[in-house]
Design a protein around this ligand. Structure first.
Ligand SMILES: [Zn+2]
Length: 293
């Protein structure tokens, strides 16, 4: 399993590398979401994973430490914020671009993930594991961390992270802002669960919740977060693209013919560079792993 995850991450990062090679210095673009909560959008040659840094009462939480490229900068920020408190990190899912920097964080460190994620990870000295396969709270409810109703989703073991006081929800890779998503079927994911869990997020959290996508804009654009409505609209457009692909397939077109014909201008924005998944790759994925109609 670990090998497959590494393989996928390589593919993901390789795809973005060509698209984002014009980017400048490696670092974070920072967006304050509240007095206590910062959104750090990575600027690296290989991708833009979202990291959150939360300064709680007596603790600091890092959501998705991100890539090795930004690990030194993150560790410095965390050490500054920590001031003797307890340090936690949570990974929304076990893909390299969201968790590679974990070992660079100060110790002692409590690492929060699903059992599924931990099963594919080698233990690290000074890192205590806290498995979450339901829901936990930190800071007397300032942070809620939970698993999804359907466990096969983006991967086989994803988590969401909610900050009720800030009205912010991190959904990991259940949201690729304005782009086609990766659904890691080899790593336990499933399109049916992915879409059902997005519906669940939209139906479950307060309507005015601000949503941090696993992948936001790419530099040099400013980092951007979204609303639950945006998440619902995005998933709706993905489902529409699935319908179009399915109709073309039902008319007898081969995968190559569908790619050649294209999905039309309506979906062009989802295919814009930089990106992780091209329209061609999305068509191939949908035909090989048909999401529910
Ligand atoms: Zn990702």
């Amino acid at each position: 399993m670990k090998r497959m995850m590494a393989g996928l991450a390589g593919l993901v990062l390789g795809a973005a590398a060509s698209a984002a090679s014009a980017q400048d210095a490696v670092g974070f673009s920072v967006m304050a979401l509240s007095d206590r909560l910062d959104f750090l959008r990575a600027n690296t040659p290989v991708g833009n994973p979202s990291t959150l840094l939360y300064r709680g009462e007596g603790f600091v939480l890092v959501v998705d430490p991100g890539l090795e490229h930004t690990s030194g900068i993150l560790a410095e920020r965390v050490a500054e914020a920590l001031a003797g408190g307890q340090l936690y990190t949570v990974t929304t899912h076990a893909h390299r671009d969201h968790m590679e920097a974990s070992p660079a964080l100060p110790r002692p460190l409590t690492q929060i993930a699903t059992t599924y994620q931990f099963n594919g990870l080698a233990p690290e000295t000074g890192m205590t594991r806290l498995s979450v396969d339901g829901e936990i709270v930190l800071g007397e409810g300032a942070v809620r961390i939970g698993s999804f109703p359907l466990h096969s989703s983006h991967t086989g073991g994803d988590l969401w992270v909610h900050f009720p006081q800030s009205g912010v929800l991190a959904v990991g890779d259940h949201f690729f802002l304005d782009r086609y998503p990766i659904i890691d079927v080899d790593g336990g994911g499933d399109p049916a669960g992915y879409f059902a869990n997005i519906d669940w997020l939209v139906a479950t959290f307060p309507a005015d919740t601000r949503v941090v996508p696993g992948h936001s804009t790419f530099g040099p654009d400013e980092p951007r977060i979204a609303s639950l409505d945006d998440l619902a609209d995005w998933a709706g457009e993905l489902r529409n693209s699935v319908s179009v692909i399915r109709e073309m397939s039902a008319q007898g077109l081969s995968e190559a013919e569908i790619v050649e014909a294209g999905l039309g201008p309506r979906f062009a924005a989802l295919n814009e560079r930089p990106r992780f998944v091209s329209e061609e790759r999305w068509i191939g994925f949908v035909l090989a792993n048909p999401p529910p109609g």
